[in-house]
Structures are given as structure tokens and as C-alpha cells.
Design a protein around this ligand. Structure first.
Ligand code: FAD
Length: 395
């Protein structure tokens, strides 16, 4: 049998977190090996942000933008590698960027620049990258991790699992990290699709005709609310406001969608009745909504005929519904369409500074594999960079 090749650290998963971890370890002088089963590194980075990669958010170091069973866990890593640190790196590589809405930072050019930058930094750190490498087994027979692949076995005292979550399996996403976590005695919090379109059931079929219509809303679920665009799809609801709320949504929950955020719709309708009693409610709604949506809402609210024919109380009630339309989604579009996975390797078993497993010294979990999920808008990459950096500094 061939002698296994030895390294100081092996990183499995050449995505955002894995590349950041490998380049950090390499630039500290560690002999780092980066493995991935795909034929290219950074596949999800390439398709992110519509091809322009929303690489961070100016508020990306705020722990309350991340969902985790332990809301304090991410603070340490996020506090030590901040959005500005990544911006500095981007600028050092001459990559032009701009801020879109809500603090979201994008490349002016292409997400390919971010992947090229990370590859370049890996090269500076002497990282050895092996793509198209299937991991057959991992063991720790002698205090070091043995990573078996069909062609060779690699050995290192530090092993970092950066294989992400199962969202978008078509792109090579797997639940590999969870298998390894369980193998080494760590808990896994049930993974669920997040930042995902929601589907509507038979009761809301009327909205099918609105496929393609979008508008600014405030989506609410319990104490959480997001004011952004929503989009009607042929299966249900999407758009940033809905994707955001989907991370908090569980089967059976209803969400309230304020279709006129910042406007008292009851006052709008009753005021319109005084000012223009002969106008139809649908006309008033068409002044605020795309025509197709105004018509569906007027039908749903039974607002037919002139305004003067409607009692104030009925118009006020219709207004309340417009300010909090209740939807009970029948489900979500699942992992096939989810931008991220919520849940994953439980932070209970990880050290928050190094992301190392308390029960398995030398074994780290980073990025989306861990039960830390960011809001939409660059937060998930910021977690990937920050957790990758934290593990790379200690592995
Ligand atoms: C369409 C889309 C758009 C997105 N846009 C944004 C955005 O603009 N901004 C943002 O912040 N976030 C965005 N995200 C989320 C972001 O891409 C992820 O949060 C981030 O990529 C997670 O980084 P990661 O390194 O943990 O995992 P990944 O980037 O998923 O990397 C995991 C790597 O592990 C490899 N791997 C998996 N299983 C195995 C295995 N068994 N053996 C070997 N290798 C394996 C994969 O091939 C992959 O290269 C988007 C996601 C999607 C799907």
C-alpha cells in the first residue's frame, strides 16, 4: 500500500468557507490540503448574487442577523473577521464593488473575481488543491485524521469539514458534514431548507394568476418582520421578503403579509369613500397595486360596486386585511431551490473561537455545515469567511 501523504491540515470542501480556511492556514505556514469532489472550486460563489456575488453585508458582524440554536455562538468568529476585513481583501485584489440596498455589497463585474481572488490567496499560502476527489472514509486510528480517497490516503492532525449543507443537490451539495459529525459523536440539528420560496395550497389558488407580479411588502411571522419585495409565483410566494421569512417558517405557521406597508389601508379606503363615493374600490386599489393584483384583491375582499355602497366597518376590515394578509403556506420549494440550509452541526459541541469539536480534538466544522444561518443579503458568505478564518487560525 502507498504511504499516506501527510499535511498539517486537511480541509474538505473548496467552497467559500473551505477556501478561506485553507488560505488562512497556508499563509500561517501550515501545510494545507484542500479537497473537493467537484471539478471546480467555489461553485456556489459563481452562481451567487445573480453572478455578481453579494459577498458581504456592511452589518455582517451583527450576530442577530444569524439564526442558531445558541444566538451568541457566532459572535466570536464574526467579531474577529469583519465585513471590512473582507472588503480590504477584495480591494487589495482590485475588484470593484458597489453597495446595493440594505448594506448588500456586490462585485461590479463578476463572481468569478471572488473565486479567482481566493484561489490566488490559496496559492500564496502554498495550499495544495485536489478537485474531483471523492472522500471514501475518514478515521482517526492514531491521533491523526486519515482521509481515504479512491487514489490515495491523506493524513493530518487537523481536519476541517467545510462541505456546506444539502441545499441545491444538483450543484454537488451533500449532507456529508452531518455524517462526519455523527461519526465523531456530535449532534446534528434537523436540517431544513431556508431562504426558499413558499408554496400555497388550494385556498390561495386565486393568486396563481398573479405569477410574476411583485411589490414591496412587510412579511411578518411572530416577532420577525422583513420589509422588502415579494413576488407571486405560479406555485406560491417568493422574493426577498418571503425568502427571509421562510428561514423562520415551520409547517403549519401562518405568515402575515402587509401589502401596503407604511400606509393605513383602512383609512385609505374609508377616506376614499368620502372623497370619491362613486369610485370603485378596485380603482382605488389599482392606484396602489399592479392592476392584476388590485383585481384579485378586490374580488377576494368582495369589494364590488361603488364605494358608497360599502359600510365603513366593512372597508375598515378590508383595510386591515390588506395590512396583514394571512397566508398559510402548504410547504416550501425544498432543498432543490433553497439558497441555504438551516440547522446542521450543533454548535453545542463546538468551540466558538476555533470551531473545533470539543469531543474530537483537531476536527473543525465551518460555514453552512454548522447550525448558523444568515439572513439574505451577504450574511451567509460573511459567516463562511469568518468561520473559515477562525478555523484556519487555529487548525
Ligand atoms: C443560488 C444561490 C445564490 C446565493 N447567493 C448568495 C449571496 O449572494 N450572498 C451570500 O451571502 N450567500 C449566498 N448564497 C449562500 C452561499 O452560497 C452559501 O451560504 C455559502 O456558499 C456556504 O459556503 P460553504 O463554504 O459553507 O459551502 P459551499 O459553498 O456549499 O461549499 C461546499 C463545498 O463542499 C463540496 N462538497 C460537498 N459535499 C462534498 C463531499 N461529500 N465531498 C467533497 N466535497 C464536497 C462542494 O462541492 C462545495 O464546493 C447563495 C446560495 C445559492 C444556492
Amino acid at each position: 500500500m502507498d504511504h499516506p501523504s501527510s499535511y498539517d491540515v486537511i480541509v474538505i470542501g473548496a467552497g467559500a468557507a473551505g477556501m478561506m480556511c485553507a488560505l488562512t492556514a497556508g499563509q500561517r505556514g501550515r501545510r494545507a490540503l484542500l479537497l473537493d469532489h467537484l471539478d471546480r472550486a467555489g461553485a456556489k460563489i459563481l452562481i451567487s448574487g445573480g453572478g455578481r456575488c453579494n459577498f458581504t453585508n456592511v452589518e455582517g458582524d451583527k450576530a442577530d442577523r444569524y439564526l442558531c440554536a445558541n444566538p451568541h455562538f457566532a459572535r466570536s468568529a464574526l467579531g474577529r473577521y469583519r465585513p471590512q476585513d473582507f472588503i480590504d481583501l477584495v480591494e487589495a485584489h482590485g475588484i470593484a464593488w458597489h453597495e446595493k440596498t440594505l448594506g448588500q455589497l456586490f462585485c461590479d463585474g463578476s463572481a468569478r473575481q471572488i473565486v479567482a481572488m481566493l484561489e490566488d490567496e490559496c496559492a500564496k499560502g502554498g495550499v495544495e488543491t485536489k478537485l474531483q476527489t471523492r472522500i471514501a472514509a475518514i478515521s482517526k486510528p492514531d491521533g491523526r485524521f486519515h482521509v481515504e480517497t479512491p487514489g490515495a490516503t491523506f493524513v493530518a492532525p487537523s481536519l476541517v469539514i467545510a462541505t456546506g449543507g444539502p441545499s441545491i443537490p444538483k450543484m454537488g451539495a451533500t449532507g456529508f458534514a452531518y455524517d462526519i459529525a455523527r461519526q465523531f459523536g456530535l449532534k446534528v440539528i434537523e436540517p431544513r431548507p431556508a431562504l426558499v420560496p413558499l408554496t400555497l395550497g388550494a385556498d390561495d389558488r386565486l393568486f396563481e394568476s398573479l405569477s410574476g407580479v411583485s411589490l414591496e411588502v412587510e412579511a411578518r411571522l411572530g416577532k420577525v418582520h422583513f420589509r422588502e419585495a415579494a413576488l407571486f409565483t405560479h406555485r406560491g410566494l417568493s422574493g426577498p421578503a418571503i425568502l427571509q421569512i421562510s428561514s423562520y417558517w415551520r409547517h403549519g405557521d401562518s405568515i402575515a403579509v402587509d401589502l401596503l406597508p407604511g400606509i393605513d389601508a383602512s383609512a385609505l379606503l374609508t377616506g376614499a369613500k368620502r372623497a370619491r363615493p362613486n369610485a370603485e374600490p378596485r380603482t382605488i386599489l389599482r392606484e396602489r397595486f399592479p392592476d392584476r393584483l388590485a383585481d384579485v384583491l378586490a374580488d377576494r375582499l368582495a369589494l364590488t360596486g361603488a364605494l358608497h355602497g360599502h359600510k365603513d366597518a366593512a372597508l375598515a376590515e378590508a383595510g386591515r386585511r390588506l395590512n396583514g394578509w394571512g397566508f398559510t403556506p402548504s410547504g416550501s420549494e425544498g432543498f432543490a431551490k433553497a439558497e441555504v440550509t438551516i440547522g446542521g452541526v450543533s454548535t453545542e459541541g463546538l468551540d466558538q473561537r476555533s470551531l473545533m469539536a470539543k469531543k474530537a480534538p483537531g476536527l473543525h466544522f465551518i460555514g453552512e455545515a454548522v447550525d448558523v444561518t444568515g439572513w439574505l443579503g451577504g450574511y451567509n458568505f460573511q459567516w463562511a469567511w469568518a468561520s473559515g478564518r477562525a478555523a484556519g487560525e487555529s487548525a
